[in-house]
Design a protein around this ligand. Structure first.
Ligand code: DSN
Length: 438
């Protein structure tokens, strides 16, 4: 097994770098060769491997370079027109542009583009809607939820009374009768829907009906499916959710960051206050600039075509894996990801072994617990696979069969070093035909 780590001397710059990235790297090499080598190593890793982590993507060169602008040099606490520092004229304009584009994308009346990440957007949503000690009803992380939805060591599990709903053990899908039963019993102040490892369409209206019945707010965390929602490929959480939060870097294909949305003007005011000064200081204006650019890309017609292909690719990859003997939780996928139960293919195979072997072979995935997984979270019996990044590189249905063949070949080999090394070479060659966006 090749376990060598990257060294400064072996970094080849991918030949598909966009011209500006090439110039930036050349400048870095002059100025700070040590840092430049590390960054070139990462560029090379991304260029020569297949990215199947469902929450990752490759941004366009325009979005990538928009992160590195003069906007990074400024403090701009507050909001457009109401800042604590002078010199914010252009910062007001770029934040307004990002806010307006976010509202157009998601069809809502309010957007706060300042959250540094999805978890920060959720902190602001909790603070706006409920108070410490209140009851929150959510899906636990072990069943596909998110740590900021109530995990004990997280702010959410520390300051709020978390009650869990779970997936139906037979269908591994949301069971709205059971969610309603638990809600009637625990009378939550907030219900959370939106997940990190759930491959089915979310019925936001059904969640809202339960929330209304028990007098709870509904928070939809659409971090994973935001791009699908923006493109109309997944139903929208509006008008059902009181607050919608998301990251901007997954299917939405923007810079790393968060976003909070609402259609309720009173809740909107609270969200603004809870983002700043409630939970954050100075906004990352350079990232907000890149969010504006990414939202502009997502408003173009090609974005819908991309998201449709993401979903078709996921369905094709899922079908190919089932044919090879893997089991998919819930029986399949309707979005960009799938949760693969490895046990029917090989009872001894763990998610962590599969992740390691696949990484040696140039396929990047994450181990993931499956519902009621008997193995601990650092081992797991499953993998979560997603198609957003592969689709950005131009892979379509035919290539999904090739990817499934490589996945199965590596996992069936028991991590055989020669197999991993051969597949890695094949993938590096294959990747030349599907360069990163440039
Ligand atoms: N880490 C993200 C994911 O992979 O889904 C969630 O925050």
């Amino acid at each position: 097994m090749n376990t060598s780590t990257a060294s400064n001397s072996d970094q080849q710059v991918p030949d598909s770098l966009d011209p500006l990235a090439g110039e930036v790297l050349a400048m870095l090499r002059q100025h700070d060769p040590e840092a430049a080598d590390i960054m070139a190593g990462e560029a090379q890793r991304q260029a020569s491997t297949l990215e199947l982590i469902a929450s990752e993507n490759h941004v366009s060169p325009v979005v990538m370079h928009a992160v590195g602008t003069w906007l990074t040099n400024k403090y701009a606490e507050g909001y457009p027109g109401k800042r604590y520092y002078g010199g914010c004229e252009w910062h007001d304009q770029i934040e307004d542009l990002a806010r307006e584009r976010a509202k157009s994308l998601f069809g809502c009346g309010f957007a706060n583009v300042q959250p540094h990440c999805g978890a920060n957007a959720n902190i602001a949503a909790f603070m706006a809607l409920i108070k410490p000690g209140d009851t929150v009803l959510s899906l636990p992380i072990k069943s596909g939820g998110h740590l900021s939805h109530g995990l004990k060591p997280n702010f959410s599990g520390t300051f709020y009374n978390i009650v869990e709903y779970d997936l139906d053990p037979e269908t591994e899908r949301l069971d709205f009768d059971e969610i309603a039963r638990i809600a009637r019993e625990c009378k939550p102040d907030l219900i959370i829907c939106g997940f990190s490892a759930y491959s089915r369409i979310i019925d936001f209206a059904a969640f809202r009906a339960i929330a209304d019945e028990v007098g709870a707010y509904l928070l939809a965390d659409i971090a994973h499916i935001a791009g699908l929602v923006a493109a109309g490929v997944h139903p929208s959480p509006f008008p059902h959710a009181h607050v919608v939060t998301t990251t901007t870097h997954k299917t939405l294909r923007g810079p790393r960051g968060g976003l909070a949305l609402s259609d309720d003007p009173e809740i909107a005011k609270l969200i603004d206050r809870k983002v700043f000064p409630g939970s954050q200081g100075g906004p990352l204006m350079h990232v907000i600039g890149a969010k504006a650019v990414a939202f502009g890309e997502a408003l173009k017609p090609g974005f819908r075509t991309y998201q449709e292909q993401v979903v078709r690719n996921a369905a094709t990859l899922a079908g190919a894996l089932v044919e090879k003997g893997y089991r998919l939780c819930s029986g399949g996928t309707e979005n960009h990801l799938m949760l693969v139960d490895l046990r029917p293919r090989d009872a001894e195979l763990t998610g962590s072994d599969a992740q390691d072997w696949l990484e040696h072979a140039g396929i990047i995935v994450n181990k993931n617990g499956i519902p009621n997984d008997p193995r601990p979270p650092m081992v797991t019996s499953g993998l979560r696979l997603g198609t957003p990044a592969l689709t950005t590189r131009g892979l379509c249905e035919a290539e999904m069969h090739t990817v499934a063949d490589w996945l199965d070949e590596v996992m069936s080999s028991g991590g055989d070093a020669a197999t991993c090394s051969r597949v890695r070479s094949e993938i590096a060659e294959f990747c030349r035909s599907f360069p990163l966006p440039h």
